[in-house]
Design a protein around this ligand. Structure first.
Ligand code: INI
Length: 181
């Protein structure tokens, strides 16, 4: 039997993060614990790119676009959808989860679902803070595990994205040859 699994060594990997501005008091906490989780496992600050979007509904398109650049080993989606008095919550949360899943399959790159969907503000805060749930840190760990396991599975496929941008060889201009008299 052959067992293949990811690791938590993220050295040299690059990550994209899409974070919703809606419910900022929750999503900023998710973002800081996610970034902390990545750097703690060896990711350089320069290898993390953060894009802010208005709300969770807008996350899938941006995540898909980032993933399709193949500049990232994984993309992490962070947001907070909190139930209110109307059915709005159901539409936003369903679209965010469906869209993020679809984006990963379309782009063929791991995209992590770090979007909280909660009944109350208190539940959202509790999950964003690092004391009990630390969902931002959890999203970082999932991203590293997926990035490393996909790298293992893709040995032999095209080169995986890495921190090292492919070097483009410049065509060297040669001096015109001198004609023999
Ligand atoms: N966006 C969220 O990220 N969380 C919410 O709780 C939320 N609610 O409840 O309305 C929310 N709405 C905004 C939505 O994501 C879009 O930004 C907006 O509809 C514009 O497309």
């Amino acid at each position: 039997m052959k067992l293949r699994k990811g690791s938590q060594d993220a050295t040299g990997l690059r990550f994209g993060i899409v974070v919703a501005k809606f419910n900022k008091f929750v999503t900023t906490k998710l973002l800081s614990s996610c970034v902390e989780g990545l750097t703690k496992h060896g990711v350089k600050a320069d290898d993390i790119e953060v894009v802010r979007v208005p709300g969770a509904f807008e996350i899938p398109l941006v995540a898909r676009t980032m993933a399709r650049t193949k500049q990232f080993n994984a993309v992490i989606c962070l947001g907070a959808v909190i139930r209110g008095d109307t059915p709005h919550f159901d539409y936003i949360s369903a679209e965010a989860s469906r869209g993020i899943g679809q984006a990963a399959l379309d782009a063929d790159v791991p995209i992590i679902f770090g979007v909280l969907t909660t009944h109350t503000i208190a539940q959202a805060i509790e999950r964003a803070e690092s004391i009990k749930f630390n969902r931002g840190g959890e999203a970082a760990r999932s991203a590293i595990e997926m990035a490393t396991v996909m790298r293992l599975l893709r040995v032999g496929e095209e080169a995986p994205p890495s921190a090292e941008a492919p070097r483009v060889r410049r065509a060297q201009k040669r001096a015109p040859r001198k004609r023999k008299a």
